[in-house]
Structure formats: structure tokens, C-alpha cells
Design a protein around this ligand. Structure first.
Ligand SMILES: [Zn+2]
Length: 298
């Protein structure tokens, strides 16, 4: 079933992307065994990355978001392809903090109030990735992404993200939306949008009330006669493979591989994004390195 929707205002000046990312965040929690606050932190970043992936121009574009802050969770990373398929990881998934006085999970506390958001856009057909870096706006994720769009890409953006975690750590719901103004928006339109957004409940309140991403679009773009552009099913999926993992090992170089082999000839590589384990015999890997070197020499 589609869980992501994209829409456009009738006059073409406002784009919307909304997602119910509940299943994505559930999968992230299952893989990483995150604490409540880390589920919210990683879940928000995954939700944002999935939408930013989908908003890219080319389906072969990929986007990586990394928040490296001074909080106990360490770095939080999310990677999405051009179809909004996303994966992520967090340095210290068990890190947790007491709930804030207002009852919300302390996401900026666990990620950090000070830090750097790095956005990497790369395309499988291009060599040089685009890398943007910006200090955190708040560490609450949505504000940081909004700030990034405004400063680095000069696109006025509204971003809302939410993850609702139950007391037993299960994910009740998660989702978000992105609203972007294309060049040429009038002051009246901006004022109207601001009014719409201010009147909207939080993402998790809307999801818990049974609202869909399309309902969110109708509320956010009230007065703009929005049309649905397309609908997609986005999920958490890791694209790691034995071949790619082997290529990473080979990339370490003969000297490092020999050092590792002398320590322990069998080697296990664990994928950070899905915890899949790959076993390698380093003697075999070294043989491959030699064969490749011979082929190159010929
Ligand atoms: Zn993986």
C-alpha cells in the first residue's frame, strides 16, 4: 500500500511530500534495538531522508544525511535512494535521556544541541558528489533540515517530522511532510501557507487520529487546490551484498589485509545498516588481490 504522496498546488508554486513512515521506523527499531529517544532521533532522520530522496530530480540520485552532534547517541545517519527507499544507523542506539518537561522525547538532547549536519547528494552515473555542511539549528532534526534547505539550497521549506514511541518501546506511528515553495511565490501565498501550517496538529497527532499523508496535504495546502502528483510505497531496505562487502575489504589494500590475516585469518564484516554478517577467509581475499594485480600488469 502506498505510504508516500507527492502533490502540487494548482498554480504549480508549492510542492508537497508526505509520508507515513511507521513501518520504516519499526524496522529500524527491530534492527538497531534503539532506546525510545534514539528511535525518535533515527526515525525522524530516516523519515526526512526518505522524502528528500523522493524529491530528487533523478531516480539514480542518492542522498545521505549525517547528524554528528555532541549528544550521547553519537552520529546518526540515513541514506535514501531516488525512490525513497531508506536505511540508517546510529552510533549508540541504547543511549537514552529522561523525557522532557513537556512530555516529549529529548531528541536534541540525545543527538546534541551543537553539531554538524552533512548532506551528501550523489548519483551513480556521476563522479563528484555534492556535499553540504551546516551547523545544527536545534538538533531536533526537522528544524535542521529546514535550515539546511534555506541556507544551502535557498529553497524555502517547511518540514515536520514525528515518531511516537509507546512505553514498551514499540513504535505507535511515525511520519512527516515537506512543503517547498518554488520561485515566484507571492507574499499572500506565503502568509496563507504559514496560517495553514500553524493550524495543523503535530504529525503523530494526525496519524494517531487516522489521517493519511493525503489528508496532511489537503490541510497544508488548503486554498491552493492541490493535486496528487504520484504515490509510492517506501520502506527500510539495505542494499548491501557479499560482492560489495568484499570490494570494501579489497579496497583496504594488501598491507592492511596481511596485517589482519596474521592476527586472525577468518574475518567477519557486519553491515552497520542491517546487521547482516558476512564471513571471509582473508587468505582467499589476498589471493584475489594478487590475481587482480596480475591481471592489471598484463
Ligand atoms: Zn546491510
Amino acid at each position: 500500500m502506498a505510504n508516500m504522496i507527492r502533490g502540487l498546488s494548482e498554480n504549480g508554486g508549492v510542492v508537497f511530500c508526505g509520508v507515513d513512515s511507521t513501518e520504516i521506523v519499526r524496522e529500524a527499531e527491530r534492527i538497531h534495538k534503539t532506546s525510545a529517544t534514539c528511535s525518535a532521533a533515527l526515525g525522524r532522520l530516516l523519515t526526512g531522508a526518505s522524502m528528500m530522496g523522493m524529491m530528487q530530480k533523478d531516480a539514480s540520485d542518492r542522498i545521505t544525511l549525517r547528524m554528528k552532534g555532541d549528544g550521547p547517541a553519537g552520529s546518526v545517519i540515513a541514506v535514501a535512494d531516488g525512490f525513497g527507499i531508506v536505511k540508517g544507523c546510529i552510533d549508540y542506539p541504547q543511549a537514552d535521556l529522561p523525557t522532557r518537561a513537556d512530555g516529549h522525547l529529548d531528541v536534541s538532547g540525545v543527538i546534541g544541541h551543537d553539531g554538524i549536519l552533512t548532506v551528501i547528494r550523489d548519483n551513480v552515473n556521476l563522479h563528484d558528489p555534492y556535499v553540504g555542511q551546516i551547523p545544527f539549528a536545534s538538533g531536533e532534526v526537522a528544524e535542521d533540515l529546514t535550515h539546511y534547505y534555506a541556507v544551502s539550497e535557498q529553497v524555502p521549506t517547511v518540514c515536520a517530522l514525528g515518531v511516537y514511541v509507546d512505553t514498551d518501546l514499540s513504535i505507535v506511528c511515525a511520519g512527516g511532510y515537506l512543503l517547498q515553495l518554488l520561485p515566484g511565490a507571492t507574499d499572500e501565498e506565503i502568509t496563507q501557507l504559514e496560517k495553514n501550517i500553524a493550524a495543523m496538529p503535530s504529525v503523530t497527532e494526525m496519524l494517531r487520529a487516522g489521517k493519511t499523508p493525503e489528508d496532511m496535504m489537503m490541510m497544508a495546502m488548503e486554498g491552493f487546490n492541490p493535486n496528487v502528483l504520484d504515490e509510492h510505497t517506501v520502506s527500510y531496505r539495505c542494499d548491501c551484498s557479499r560482492e560489495r562487502t568484499e570490494a570494501v575489504l579489497i579496497g583496504l589494500g594488501r598491507k592492511e589485509l596481511e596485517r589482519m590475516r596474521d592476527e586472525e585469518p577468518s574475518c567477519e564484516v557486519v553491515c552497520h545498516f542491517c546487521n547482516k554478517k558476512y564471513q571471509f577467509d582473508l587468505n582467499e581475499i589476498l589471493e584475489k588481490v594478487d590475481r587482480e594485480a596480475e591481471n592489471k600488469a598484463e
